[in-house]
Design a protein. Structure first.
Length: 227
């Protein structure tokens, strides 16, 4: 599992990467979001670009900037915007890697004026499901395209990840392990297990998100795992 990256082995491959959180507006100044930093997705984008791929990075709001000139960044805010951009671009891609932490729900009605505070009343925000970007891409995927998703599970990790892979028609799923304090949202490190559609599986140790990006690319494109 310690194959090092080669300079140009992704030459001209077209790769779509989703990254970061999505923000779902409640009113002009408030949103529902999550703590995703975007670091994993940006690390994958930089790794692919440095190996010669043409990367399109569709990213929610993060404090990061892509540096490689082979990365075209499309900034979005909501799941709905990420869905539209992803569906538009996917047919031109060879590979899509979906690392975004997409909000599962959005407010059913976003208000155009700021909600005012009232001391004496409780309020509720009604929520509507967002589109499932991964499953939608899975439905239109061609046999010459690869689709790679992520999963973060709190229980029955591998069984749930395999269910997700099947439901969304992924070729590979990257399971984020929550078993380690150094891994996950906002951290610089991650611990992952990569599972293929055929049930092949490889577990990696805790490492930097840059090293995890190398492991993901090498496993899904250059290992003897196959679709
Ligand atoms: N995903 C997506 N669009 C969504 C929700 C998830 O593209 N609306 C993608 C994520 O980017 C990830 C994979 O689907 O690659 C799994 O995301 P996850 O949140 O684990 O799966 P869900 O289907 O939302 O299931 P749940 O959150 O209930 O576990
Ligand atoms: Ca989810």
């Amino acid at each position: 599992d310690s194959v090092t990256s080669k300079a140009d082995d992704l030459n001209k491959k077209k790769i779509l990467i989703t990254a970061g959180p999505t923000y779902e507006r409640i009113d002009p100044v408030r949103f529902i979001g999550n703590f995703s930093s975007g670091k994993m997705g940006y690390a994958i984008a930089e790794e692919c670009a440095s190996r010669g791929a043409e990367v399109t990075l569709i990213t929610g709001p993060v404090n990061l900037t892509a540096t490689n000139k082979n990365i075209k960044t499309i900034n979005v805010e909501s799941a709905e915007e990420m869905f539209q951009e992803s569906m538009n671009i996917f047919p031109q891609m060879d590979i899509a890697i979906l690392s975004a932490a997409v909000a599962d729900y959005k407010p059913s009605h976003s208000k155009d004026k700021k909600i005012k505070r009232k001391e004496s009343e409780k309020i509720t925000i009604d929520l509507t499901p967002n589109p499932d970007i991964a499953a939608s891409l899975g439905k239109i995927k061609r046999s010459d395209q690869l689709l790679i998703g992520f999963a973060l599970e709190t229980n029955d990790e591998e069984a749930n990840a395999i269910k997700k892979l099947e439901k969304k028609n992924f070729d590979y799923i990257v399971l984020n392990s929550l078993q380690d304090e150094g891994a996950g949202f906002g951290k610089d490190t991650n611990k992952v297990t990569i599972i293929s559609r055929k049930g092949e599986k490889v577990a990696f140790g805790l490492k930097s998100k840059k090293e995890v990006a190398v492991d993901i690319i090498n496993t899904v494109l250059f290992s003897n795992f196959h679709k």
